[in-house]
Design a protein around this ligand. Structure first.
Ligand code: TXA
Ligand code: MG
Length: 351
């Protein structure tokens, strides 16, 4: 069985943290909150423990994990020769939703890096995560705490839905803040490349570094057959609820129009239709559909906070299809659209 420990976010009980840290040190699995989503942690220096993460999640073993650290000293233990760029970014954005891909030191288990010669590191901005890592005294390898392919968990209840009985314990400190995973930035190339957009935006990184590139997978562009993606995670179907997702992009007015037409057709065919709508458009769709709102178009951080939870809610409503409004690509909107495009079976360009 899986233990559930409720802890205070700002002031977690040291006794509970100590017990959770013991589980990690002894090779077990503990789900814990971060400022992005809930993570599933194991001792990052113990290959067998890390293998347990893949088993619990049903995750392909060539998709590498992020090592979570409590301070810069721990990061230097993983990568002794941090570049000036890495140090600058750590000073600006850590603790926070920025994962840095750096050269790996010998001794990091294969299971963490999926056989790559690089390793991903991040320092989460959450008192419970930091207390756990500090108490464990080792870097904590942690992917999002969902079954592979499911939307990432933003609450302990989501973790229970996916992993109850498959892991040792869950630390519950209420909903994760941002709602989407960290930005993954590759620093092992000449010009840093965003492999996954997240909490730290393209604009923020460009301002800090002058120039940052974006991997083609970020906007869901298909790679040529013979080319393998730089971030192995990008090649897997992801964030998919049980229902088929169709994403509608274009001018907001055209989107309402063509999404509405499709809704009418599907309802007439007897399908259960869910609509992921912006606040301003939520009242504009045909009756009979289940409309959930992701907040105003102007504030994509609200959409980021609720997106994964809404995808799970549509599954509870047992809809057959989810029709989603696309958002603009600026700021955190880019991360929201990256998740939606990767969840989508079909993208409709509305004219
Ligand atoms: O916000 C987050 O990053 C959350 C919380 C728990 O910290 N974690 C998370 O982990 O989202 P996961 O495993 O779901 O996603 C990690 C991503 C994957 O896309 C993986 O392919 C990529 O990081 N990644 C890990 N190591 C890498 C490496 N050495 N090179 C390139 N990409 C890497
Ligand atoms: Mg994940």
């Amino acid at each position: 069985t899986t233990k559930l420990w409720v802890v205070d976010k700002k002031n977690p009980d040291p006794y509970i943290i100590g017990q959770a840290a013991d589980i990690i040190r002894r090779g077990g699995l503990v789900a814990f909150p971060t400022e992005t989503v809930y993570g599933l942690g194991a001792n990052g220096l113990n290959g067998a423990a890390v293998a347990g993460i893949y088993r619990a999640k049903g995750r392909p073993s060539d998709n590498p994990l992020i090592l979570h650290v409590a301070d810069k000293r721990m990061a230097e233990g993983i990568c002794p020769q941090l570049s000036e760029t890495a140090k600058k970014l750590m000073a600006l954005f850590w603790p926070g939703p920025l994962t840095l891909v750096v050269p790996k030191k010998a001794g990091i288990p294969e299971e963490v890096t999926g056989g790559l010669n690089t390793v991903a590191i991040r320092m989460p901005d959450h008192p419970v995560a930091l207390a756990l890592i500090r108490a464990a005294g080792v870097p904590v390898a942690a992917p999002s705490a969902n079954r592979s392919g499911r939307p990432s968990p933003t609450t302990a209840a989501h973790v229970q839905q996916d992993l109850q009985g498959r892991i040792d314990a869950i630390l519950d400190a209420g909903p994760a803040g941002l709602g989407l995973e960290s930005t993954v930035l590759d620093l092992t190339v000449e010009t840093p490349v965003i492999l996954r957009p997240g909490g730290i935006t393209f604009e923020q990184l460009t301002e800090a570094l002058g120039k940052v590139l974006m991997d083609p997978s970020v906007l869901g562009e298909k790679l040529p057959e013979n080319q393998s993606p730089r971030s192995p995670g990008m090649k897997y179907a992801h964030y998919a609820p049980a229902a088929k997702v169709v994403l509608f992009e274009g001018e907001p007015k055209s989107v309402v129009q063509c999404l509405g037409v499709r809704t009418g057709e599907l309802l007439a065919g007897g399908e259960r239709v869910g609509i992921l709508a912006t606040e301003e458009n939520q009242g504009r769709y045909p009756k009979g559909s289940i409309v959930l709102t992701m907040g105003p178009r102007e504030n994509p951080s609200e959409a980021a906070a609720v997106l994964f939870s809404l995808l799970r809610q549509f599954d509870e409503h047992q809809v057959d299809v989810i029709l989603a409004e696309g958002l603009e690509l600026g700021g955190i909107g880019l991360a929201v659209m990256n998740r939606l495009r990767r969840a989508a079976a079909e993208v409709v360009k509305c004219e």
